[in-house]
Design a protein around this ligand. Structure first.
Ligand SMILES: [Zn+2]
Length: 214
């Protein structure tokens, strides 16, 4: 949804540093990034991606969020053992504040989708999972970037997603939410660095309770 080929202002670039418990194949990776770009890259906001699976990332970023994907992100949809509790993603909280580390539970996303899509082909699974993971990631990213556990009534920032919402290609952020996000992002410019393990935040101090969930 880019409307301009000009370089975005540096403070509207959101860097997503990912780790995957089970490596994604290239097609899934590409699809996930495309889904996220469709949701957030509007010519003002811009996403860039880094992988922490290849080693530490040390650089200067305006807005860096570390996203851990746990479980199997390209699963079969018809494994009954996958019928798990539906906590799809959450942000970490430390000292009462949301910090830029979030987790997406691919097994739980797959369990929710699988109930309605048994027998889906691999291509369909990639399509559904990519969109669903992008929706969960975008939702949690919004919490992190806004430094708030608050929700909106509609759109991707609402508190509860149905199975249909997860794969609904027309579900986007409300215009007001995107405006608030842009205003928030352009107000600060911080330098962070992160790596896959032993990240610079102290995991033992992360509140295991979910900062947000859906
Ligand atoms: Zn939430």
């Amino acid at each position: 949804m880019k409307t301009s080929s000009a370089e975005p202002p540096p403070n509207t670039v959101i860097t997503i540093a990912t780790t995957f418990a089970k490596p994604l194949d290239e097609s899934m990776h590409t699809r996930l990034q495309k889904e996220m770009n469709d949701l957030l890259d509007d010519g003002v906001l811009s996403l860039q991606w880094r992988s922490l699976d290849a080693g530490p990332v040390r650089d200067s970023f305006a807005h860096l969020v570390v996203a851990n994907f746990i479980g199997d992100c390209v699963p079969s949809f018809d494994d009954p053992s996958r019928h798990l509790a539906p906590v799809l993603g959450f942000t970490h909280v430390s000292d009462g504040r949301i910090i830029p580390f979030l987790e997406i539970n691919c097994d739980h996303v797959a369990a929710l989708l699988g109930d309605g899509h048994t027998g889906a082909t691999r291509a369909q699974r990639i399509e559904f999972m990519s969109r669903a993971l992008a929706h969960v990631l975008a939702h949690e990213l919004f919490h992190v970037l806004m430094e708030s556990g608050g929700h909106s009534r509609f759109g991707l920032a609402k508190s509860h997603m149905t199975r249909g919402d997860l794969v609904d290609g027309s579900l986007v952020f409300e215009k007001d939410d995107l405006s608030r996000l842009k205003a928030k992002l352009t107000g600060a410019n911080v330098v962070l660095s992160a790596q896959k393990s032993g990240a610079q935040h102290d995991c033992e101090r992360c509140d295991p309770k979910k900062g947000s969930e859906r």
